[in-house]
Design a binder for this molecule. Structure first.
Ligand SMILES: [Fe+2]
Ligand SMILES: [Fe+2]
Length: 485
């Protein structure tokens, strides 16, 4: 069953182009040009969402919005506004004002239909997504498509999960810039078929279009949530699964920027990360099993998320909120690199000249600039990002903050960040990387010693602590080599 949307605008040309666009995306649309007809339509029919221009007449958009809020309080309403530079600020109907008045989302013209679709789908549940794909009885033909590598993103075939019907088109890659569509949205992907591609055709990766990243992340996040709650599934598998989602999520963020629906997904992932570290009583075991760290640009942020939250879990004062906040901050900690000169952003620190180094040291502030005005991201998240390179001994950047002037959570992210750099740069397993980190004594003053202790605790079997209370060093100068297996 396709999702129905009600489009309300007095501009008929716009209505018809919107209809054409959304029907091609498999939505059903109803078009009306005034507020009164909108109310009648809502009375007769249930809609997945109402998309309404605030400037409609007979009844005015604001009045209809109020009507919907009092009669159908759960109805999703996306308001369209036209912000006119000449108008007084007071008179402007900004998206922020409309959201305060109860709109689920609001967007100012001009925008692309894609943006509107993003808002709509940001509010789709996985159930909505699954029910909106057309079911097909027979498999569609395989067809070669004329699209380049930059349009696609891949997932290892073993790590590909689907609902009964695939939510978007799936491709295999023949060679550079040549893809074959093997499944259309709505086709069923059976285990036998997957196995055939894997075993007979030696397919290692499946591809989908980057425009479908949102659906992929949403579905896999939902799926991961179920798996994380399942005791029978091993910790390492859960970590890996969440990694896939987080990587694709970050790919999407770097491509599209910090849109509201993307931040919502980040929060869902942060919640899953929380559930994961909460459920795993044996984090040490998880990291021991989880040796498969393929270094990829997007893995970094995920690993920082995982280790920061694992450290926090060792503290008495930990809570769901601190863990989720930090998880979100970790995923975005290097978002400021988007604003850096891309060639500098790719360089290693030791290759940079003074000027480039200065530019690099601005990335925490750039990060803050990107999210500063964003009401969806709270202040602790912003501060963690801004301070993630400050050192406890005052040698960090950008403000050379020292000691208790630095947020504890930022200092945790700083340690996790450097720890993950050792894992990735030197291609080490986490336990080995811990030894390297602890052996660099001159750098241990960068962190509050309690934090270093907590990182060590992540890798120690809790049973060992019970047996031998001295297993943890009383300060971070000790190197418990023999005690960390
Ligand atoms: Fe950074
Ligand atoms: Fe980093």
């Amino acid at each position: 069953m396709a999702l129905k949307i009600l489009l309300v605008d007095k501009d008929e040309d716009w209505l018809f182009s919107a209809k054409e666009y959304f029907e091609a995306q498999l939505y059903h649309t109803t078009l009306v040009s005034n507020g009164k007809d909108a109310q009648v339509a809502l009375y007769n029919q249930k809609y997945f969402a109402v998309v309404m221009n605030v400037k409609v007449e007979r009844h005015p958009g604001i009045q209809v919005l109020k009507f919907i809020k009092s009669n159908y309080p759960t109805q999703k309403v996306i308001m369209i506004t036209e912000v006119n530079e000449q108008d007084d600020e007071e008179d402007q109907m900004t998206p922020e004002k409309l959201k305060k008045m109860g709109a689920t989302e609001a967007i100012a013209k001009p925008f692309e239909f894609e943006d509107l679709k993003g808002l709509l789908e940001g509010h789709q549940s996985v159930g909505d997504m699954v029910s909106s794909v057309p079911r097909r009885k027979e498999l569609g033909p395989e067809e070669e498509v004329d699209m380049g590598d930059d349009k696609f993103t891949g997932v290892k075939i073993d790590e590909f999960y689907t609902s009964q019907a695939v939510l978007f088109d799936i491709y295999i890659k023949l060679k550079s810039n040549r893809y074959i569509k093997i499944l259309h949205a709505g086709d069923t992907f059976s285990k036998e078929r997957l196995d055939k591609y894997k075993n007979e055709k030696n397919v290692e990766f499946l591809y989908f279009e980057k425009k479908d990243l949102f659906k992929y992340v949403k579905f896999n996040n939902y799926f991961a949530k179920k798996v994380i709650g399942n005791e029978k599934v091993g910790g390492a598998k859960k970590v890996k699964m969440l990694q896939n989602v987080a990587e694709k999520f970050l790919e999407q963020t770097f491509q599209e920027g910090m849109k509201p629906q993307i931040i919502d997904q980040g929060k869902e992932i942060a919640e899953n990360v929380y559930e994961l570290v909460k459920e795993s009583g044996d984090l040490f075991q998880v990291f021991k099993d989880y040796a498969d760290f393929d270094p990829n640009a997007y893995t970094h942020a995920y690993l920082v998320t995982l280790f920061s939250t694992s450290i926090i879990k060792q503290f008495e004062w930990q809570s769901k909120t601190t863990i989720e906040c930090t998880a979100l901050a970790c995923m975005f900690h290097d978002i400021g690199k988007m604003k850096m000169d891309p060639t500098v952003a790719q360089m290693k620190l030791e290759e940079m000249n003074d000027e480039q180094l200065l530019e690099y040291k601005r990335h925490p502030e750039y990060g803050l600039e990107l999210i500063d005005g964003n009401p969806l991201i709270n202040n602790s998240v912003k501060q963690i990002i801004l301070q993630h390179h400050e050192h406890f001994d005052g040698t960090g950047f950008p403000f050379n903050k020292k000691g208790s002037k630095i947020l504890m959570l930022s200092n945790i992210v700083c340690l996790a960040d450097n720890f993950v750099h050792i894992i990735q740069d030197e291609d080490l397993k986490p336990v080995e990387a811990l030894k390297v980190l602890l052996s660099r004594r001159d750098q241990l003053t960068w962190y509050n010693s309690q934090i270093v202790e907590c990182l060590i605790k992540v890798f120690v079997d809790p049973q060992k602590i019970m047996k031998d209370n001295n297993v943890l060093p009383s300060n971070s100068r000790m190197v418990p080599n023999k005690k960390v297996s």
